[in-house]
Design a protein around this ligand. Structure first.
Ligand code: PMT
Length: 322
């Protein structure tokens, strides 16, 4: 499998059509929060696609629903961070993630009186909806969260680099929390057919190529002072910690959140150069709907504060209304 460099990847794949708009939003958001000395975390979330046709009908995808990213974004807001939520289009998002499927409609009732029809929240749903709605309104009123979205792996990388360019000015106050499930394989642009592949032509033989690891330029060039947390997903327990450690050795960033596909919602291991810390939810916590992201974010915020102190940044609460 051939592999290109990250520079070649950007040279071959053009920016998505909405790229300049997103870049302006990112710039404005980062400058505004930087002005007040706020901390900003970039949370990436959901999976990337690899189109099999330019006019895309079919694509290679992965399992990620964006649960980890959407939930973590809420806890970072709670901890006083401004959040860039960079997510796969149509994956889970902070706050609305609590009401997937029919949940929201089931909480409402309708009084049908012709032109005076009104809709209200059922009394027994108010306690569920109100605290989430309050947090949602507060985050948006304070301009504390910016949503930007991607679908393909190349859109993801263009946005990631643009976000890094804006975050670089914040130095150690910037954090990257790379929870998205990014494709390791892709089809180079010049090998992708323009139109829908025809079954009449027989079964296609598709050769995937390796995507360059963007962690390398990200850590060394794009945001060298930021606190960078990557994620490592495996399905074989025996590979998990060795591969997380190998990533830390190779890219020299601060932490890897290691998780297994099968147990990722109730067990993770935070691996940093000198320690590993396991976080496990009890059966009772799982049944009570506790999010493991609450503990992950709490611990990462604690070590980020040490990183900032070490870098000479004042560790103070945000000064702007967030
Ligand atoms: O969304 P959920 O259903 O809640 O699932 C959450 C999750 C399992 C997706 C999440 O917890 C997780 O583990 N995300 C990372 C999965 C992954 O892509 O692992 P990886 O081993 O393929 O990549 C490791 C790191 O390298 C990632 O942080 C990624 O940002 C980075 N990477 C990956 C590919 C690439 N070409 N360049 C990169 O820099």
């Amino acid at each position: 499998m051939a592999s290109s460099t990250w520079e070649e990847f950007f040279a071959v794949h053009l920016p998505p059509p909405d790229f300049e708009d997103n870049r302006s939003l990112l710039k404005e958001f980062c400058e505004r929060h930087d002005q007040y000395g706020n901390k900003i975390v970039l949370v990436t979330s959901g999976g990337t696609t690899v189109p099999l046709e330019h006019n895309t009908v079919r694509f290679v995808d992965n399992f990620s629903a964006g649960t980890r990213g959407a939930s973590s974004a809420e806890y970072f807001l709670e901890q006083g961070y401004a959040v860039i939520f960079m997510h796969r289009q149509k994956s889970l998002e902070p706050f609305t993630r609590h009401f997937t499927g029919q949940k929201l409609l089931d909480m409402l009732e309708i009084q049908d009186r012709g032109p005076n029809t009104s809709i209200s929240v059922k009394p027994d749903s108010v306690d569920v909806l109100a605290p989430i709605l309050l947090r949602y309104k507060a985050a948006h009123a304070a301009g504390a969260i910016l949503h930007v979205s991607f679908t393909t792996v190349s859109e993801y990388f263009w946005l990631l680099r643009a976000a890094c360019e804006c975050l670089a000015n914040l130095g150690a106050r910037a954090m990257l929390y790379l929870a998205a499930a990014v494709s390791d394989f892709y089809i180079p642009k010049d090998r992708v057919p323009t139109h829908k592949m025809q079954s009449a032509c027989g079964a296609p033989i598709i050769q995937l190529h390796l995507v360059p690891k963007m962690l390398a330029p990200l850590v060394n060039l794009w945001v060298p002072e930021a606190y960078v947390v990557s994620f490592k997903l495996e399905t074989d327990e025996n590979l998990l910690i060795p591969k997380a450690r190998a990533a830390l050795d190779k890219y020299k960033h601060k932490m890897v959140v290691a998780n297994l596909l099968q147990t990722r919602h109730h067990r993770v291991i935070l691996v940093s150069p000198d320690v590993s810390q396991e976080i496990v939810l009890t059966r009772e916590e799982v049944h009570a709907g506790v999010d493991i992201e609450s503990s992950i974010v709490c611990e990462i915020v604690r070590v980020h504060a040490l990183h900032m102190r070490h870098a000479g940044e004042p560790v103070s609460p945000p000064r702007s209304p967030r």
